[in-house]
Design a protein around this ligand. Structure first.
Ligand code: ATP
Ligand code: MG
Length: 606
């Protein structure tokens, strides 16, 4: 989170508001006080001057009215004395004028020369005409002065005037000092306010930054911190509530985490694949089995469309997928083998009914489908294999019944055919029985310790003697005996089928090679022919039940397609392996292995 800048901080705002408040208050009080004070001072000053001038006017009138005899001081001298007594610091100049505008005396020494001269200034004129002049003016030096002129009245009317100039500078100087005191007081109070503001802001911001730090820690998953409670005011209560909230959150988080773990372990340990999407159909969760089933890496498919992931973009939209009631069957190819999944779709609904996404559960039904298909194919094959000889027999028997039995030439041939077909059916049924016993493990291997080379030679000899075609047998067998444990009947059956196949599919004059190669743990038995071979893609399939490369031809040769299937079961029962190698037109080799040593504790019953 970003750090709070100083100018945005509560600290700053608090201090600023405090300072402004105090500033406004002091300014208002100060302005009001100073103004009142100034008014008062000026009034007082004016009153005191007026009173003093009145007293002076009275004294001057007395002097002027007095009769003087020879030898007495002159009127001018008397008045000059009066003025001298009257002089004070704030009064800068006083002059007395008689009714003829003639200056009788001045207080100021510098203005002595004006004595005896006429003064016809406005204030003097006004005073001599009986009025009073009282005004403020600024003199040449820039000083503020109060100018007062009053008449000197006697019973005969105005007999003179007094002119007075008083400096107001000392009064203003006083006001200036008061202002300075105010300014200093304001500054001091602002400083104190700022300090108080900082302290007060701290009591609020400290728990708040504590809570902020804790919220940040909580976001990181650390619930161990606690906010310090500084007091039981509103902020203290908030801190307590915050601590409670933290505890509750911690509990809720632990519960959620537990649930999440449970869900995760259920999802990973289940065999079915599970995919969850958001409400737009984008993958938000996919478990390991689903990733494996769809052969995708879980990280890369997150937020991919479910339709694309399941490859059903052409058939469905997200809405039609939601409406789909049945589960979908998805067919894929995995390592060139069909891979079938059943997908069940269910919506994730909120209480309001709003669909938040879907859950798709994938179930691998390849094996089940394969078994079902094999079962169907098997039933079809068996019925087909039985119907062919039966229909043949029926037509021959019908012909016989219709009179062919009397024909000495045809009748034995027809009976011969029905007998061959019956034998074929018996062989087929026997083969099927044997396979069914092997499927249900209802058989017993009667193993005996026998020299395999000797045993193999005997079988080859039998075929050598009875073969009707001109086929060369080549034996590549080791000299010495190789004694192993096996069920002679079963392995005879296996070899019979392999060798008869080799002969069956070999051309006239072909070569069949028999070999045995002892290895460390097993012997490798191979029968190689130079016959027609098997197309590459079909080589693996010849071990399947009823599988024949060329159905029409093999049926002619009398095969049912069960021989190699039985051989495989038997070799596997001996813990060996069987496989084929073939090149079309060049020939086929069938290999199988038999273990050299049988484990001691192995059960004879399989
Ligand atoms: P059965 O053995 O039951 O009489 P079959 O010989 O047709 O009938 P399998 O032995 O199981 O059945 O063989 C399956 C198929 O494999 C045969 O039909 C044939 O097409 C093919 N096959 C087996 N061996 C050879 C071989 N040596 N050369 C060419 N094709 C072969
Ligand atoms: Mg065969």
């Amino acid at each position: 989170m970003k750090k709070v800048r100083f100018f945005q901080s509560i600290h700053f705002k608090f201090v600023l508001i405090y300072i402004l408040l105090i500033l406004i208050a002091t300014q208002i009080i100060g302005a009001y006080f100073v103004q009142k004070q100034e008014e008062n001072n000026i009034t007082n000053f004016r009153n005191s001057i007026n009173e003093r001038v009145d007293v002076l006017a009275y004294s001057v009138e007395k002097e002027m009215a007095e009769k003087r005899s020879e030898g007495d001081p002159t009127l001018e001298e008397e008045i000059a004395k009066l003025l001298n007594d009257f002089k004070s610091e704030d009064i800068s100049e006083i002059s007395v004028v008689d009714k003829n505008h003639q200056v009788l005396a001045v207080s100021n020494y510098d203005a002595k020369s004006t004595v005896g001269k006429k003064s016809i200034t406005d204030p003097v004129n006004k005073a001599l005409s009986g009025g009073t002049y009282n005004n403020m003016m600024v003199n040449k030096k820039g000083e503020r002065m109060r100018v007062v002129a009053v008449p000197v009245n006697s019973s005969e009317g105005t007999i003179g005037a007094i002119y007075l100039e008083a400096s107001m500078e000392s009064l203003y100087e006083q006001m200036k000092q008061v202002n300075a005191i105010f300014a200093k007081g304001t500054l001091l109070s602002l400083l104190l306010t700022a300090i108080l503001g900082i302290l007060l802001a701290r009591t609020i911001t400290r728990p708040m930054s504590d809570m902020r730090r804790q919220a940040l820690e909580m976001a990181k998953g650390n619930f161990s911190r606690k906010v310090k409670v500084y007091g039981y005011d509103e902020i203290g209560q908030l801190a307590i509530t915050f601590n409670n909230l933290t505890r509750k959150l911690q509990e809720a988080q632990a519960t959620t985490e537990g649930e999440r773990r449970k869900l995760a372990s259920v999802l990973t340990n289940m065999t079915d694949g599970v995919i969850a999407t958001d409400r737009k159909g984008r993958v938000i969760l996919i478990n390991e089995p689903a990733g494996q089933m769809l052969d995708v890496s879980r990280e890369t498919v997150l937020s991919e469309s479910i339709l694309r992931l399941l490859n059903i973009e052409k058939e469905y939209t997200f809405d039609t997928l939601l409406e789909e009631q049945n589960s979908l069957i998805l067919e894929f190819d995995k390592y060139d083998e069909p891979y079938i999944l059943r997908a069940t779709v269910s919506p994730i609904q909120k209480e309001t009914g709003f669909i938040n996404g879907i859950i798709v559960v994938l179930h691998d039904i390849t094996e089940q489908e394969k078994i079902d298909r094999e079962r169907r194919e098997f039933v079809a094959n068996v019925s087909h294999e039985l119907r062919t000889p039966l229909t043949t027999m029926r037509s021959y028997l019908e012909a016989l019944a219709e009179g062919a039995w009397q024909d000495k030439e045809i009748a034995p041939r027809f009976l011969d055919v029905t007998q061959t077909e019956t034998e074929r059916m018996i062989r087929l049924v026997n083969d099927l029985l044997q396979l069914s016993r092997m499927d249900s493990r209802d058989y017993h291997l009667t193993k005996s310790q026998v020299d395999f080379i000797d045993f193999y030679n005997h079988i080859i000899d039998r075929f050598d003697m009875s073969k009707s075609q001109n086929i060369e047998f080549v034996r590549k067998l080791p000299e010495g005996p190789i004694s192993i444990q096996f069920d002679q009947d079963k392995i005879t059956q296996v070899l019979d089928n392999i060798i008869s196949n080799a002969i069956k599919y070999s051309p006239e004059g072909g070569k069949v090679t028999f070999s045995v190669q002892p290895q460390e743990f097993f012997i490798l038995v191979s029968v190689k022919d130079e016959g027609m071979g098997i197309p590459r893609e079909k080589v693996k399939k010849i071990f399947e039940r009823f599988y024949r490369v060329d159905k029409a031809r093999t049926r002619q040769l009398g095969g049912t397609g069960l021989g190699l299937a039985i051989a495989r079961e038997m070799i596997e029962a001996h813990k060996g392996e069987i496989w084929a190698e073939s090149k079309e037109g060049k020939g086929t080799t069938i290999h199988f292995t038999l273990p050299l040593q049988v484990e001691q504790d192995e059960d004879e019953w399989i």
